[in-house]
Ligand binder design. Structure first.
Ligand code: FRU
Length: 479
């Protein structure tokens, strides 16, 4: 239908039809990025979970592949991870691709499968399940730890708001080592979809561990969202960094409403830690105004750690370098301009229904807030505001187009800008039904769905209460 065409993303991963939630089991092998996802091939609401599969050689163009894992006698196939068993520890051969997922039947159990055709199809392990617990636990995320020479696994102990840490020599026999989370960070709802990885801290020789913890509800703007903890991991136990008063600071990976179940690719090249999130929110994912397909994933993002003046270490989400290849014709360019109340307008590219990338730097030093408005002739508008005094960037989608399908959809989301000099360099990616904003090389990221009645066609920038300097404004159409 026209509506399907109108909102189907031009450059974000999405299934051809049917329902999708969490990205699952991503791994990289032989030049191919594999992406699995929670998939219902029979309808556009959550049910009959399988692992759908897509593959890509550039993280942008995705091939639709046959369903990789289907429900079996233990239940439907919930979220999980993949890893390459380089040593053949599990007995499925050297370099076997191993999947670990939750079998969701009468209870939630953890199961194994392996692939001998590079992830096209999987054979479930006849000895499943490999982990059973009394209470709800799911979304196993495992990786080979080269330092301890054993497998590590993080499992979400959903209702207990904690992550469980296991070790194994062979992916089949697991020993529970520790738990992390009780009373720490955002505690509402359930804890789901963990990930754990080590990253260098920018500007130092230090390395730190990052524990991703998706939770629903209880997200920063209601419903689902991704929090994370930075700390240390000794192969058995995770300890989170604290602030000067000994408290663990609650940290969010994205400051929009539509970023969930984010996990990373295993075995990515060049020590990259690349992630993708589900671009929706459990509050209204089944009600969004599309029917043939429901939901897309975020742009791929590479992870970095940076330190703030108070010593706290935060996670940056940088659009993966592959995304740059999407840049098409430069449709507008403004090198420098100081704007006041009146501001200025530029047209957005009309080609390809207005999908585009906008970049600019706002210098808010000694000045006032800046307002960036996207609008169209139907009267829809998205209003973004950078407030250099409060060090915040906000996004108002209350009048962005079709918003009435859920009372939880119209919203204003706000990010800390993490800058010290008043300058914010922005990259704004507009697709047919989503807007992603990245500030200062990913120090903050903000992902929000929008359903405009027609594509946004104008960009206006002004400073309603003073003046602000805009430089290096560039608008690229998307190839
Ligand atoms: C998160 C989640 C996971 C679960 C999956 C089921 O969105 O609830 O915890 O494995 O979805 O589809």
């Amino acid at each position: 239908t026209d509506r399907e065409k109108k909102y189907r993303p031009a450059y974000h991963h999405t299934p051809l039809y049917g329902w999708m939630n969490d990205p699952n089991g991503m791994f990289y092998k032989d030049g191919v990025w594999h992406l699995y996802y929670q998939y219902n091939p029979y309808g556009s609401k959550w049910q009959n979970m399988t692992w759908g599969h897509s593959s890509s050689s550039d993280l942008i163009h995705w091939n639709h592949e046959p369903i990789a894992i289907r429900p079996d006698g233990l239940g439907s196939i919930f979220s999980g991870s993949c890893a390459i068993d380089k040593e053949g520890t599990a007995g499925f051969g050297k370099d076997a691709v191993i999947a670990m997922f939750t079998s969701a039947g009468t209870s939630q159990m953890q199961s194994l499968a392996h692939s001998s055709d590079n992830g096209e199809s999987f054979i479930v392990y006849p000895g499943n399940p490999v982990i059973t617990l009394e209470s709800e636990a799911r979304d196993p995320n495992m990786f080979w730890n080269p330092e301890t020479k054993e497998w590590n696994l993080v499992l979400a102990h959903a209702l207990d708001h904690e992550m469980l840490f296991f070790t194994s020599p062979n992916l089949k026999n697991w020993t529970l080592q520790s738990a992390f989370g009780k009373g720490i960070g955002a505690q509402d709802g359930v804890w789901e979809c963990p990930d754990l990885f080590q990253l260098p801290v920018e500007g130092s020789d230090e390395k730190k561990w990052v524990l991703l913890c998706n939770l629903n509800p209880g997200g920063i703007f209601g419903g689902s969202a991704t929090q994370y903890f930075v700390g240390d991991f000794d192969g058995k136990k995770f300890t989170a960094d604290t602030d000067a008063s000994g408290n663990v600071v609650t940290k969010w990976m994205d400051f929009g409403k539509d970023h969930y179940a984010t996990v990373s690719w295993s075995d990515a090249p060049d020590n990259r830690r690349t992630v993708m999130g589900w671009m929706s929110n459990w509050q209204y994912a089944a009600d969004v105004p599309t029917k043939q397909f429901r939901s897309a994933n975020t742009l791929p993002r590479d992870m970095k750690l940076f330190t703030q003046p108070d010593g706290q270490i935060y996670l940056a989400s940088v659009p993966s370098p592959e995304v740059d290849a999407l840049r098409g014709k430069l449709s507008a360019s403004v090198s420098g301009k100081t704007v006041g109340k009146k501001g200025f307008d530029v047209s957005l590219p009309a080609a390809n229904d207005g999908v585009c990338e906008i970049s600019m730097t706002l210098d808010g030093k000694n000045s006032n807030d800046a307002t960036i408005t996207l609008s169209n002739k139907a009267g829809d508008q998205v209003v973004m505001m950078y407030d250099p005094k409060a060090h915040t960037f906000s996004f108002d989608r209350t009048k962005s187009g079709v918003v009435d399908f859920s009372e939880n959809f119209p919203a204003v989301t706000v990010a800390p800008t993490f800058e010290q000099n008043g300058k914010v360099a922005l990259r704004i990616f507009i697709d047919k039904s989503s807007i992603e904003v990245f500030g200062n090389d990913g120090k903050f990221a903000m992902t929000n769905l929008v359903f405009p009645n027609e594509p946004y066609s104008r960009l206006s920038i002004s400073s309603p209460n003073g003046k602000v300097k805009v430089s290096d404004l560039k608008i690229y159409s998307i190839k």
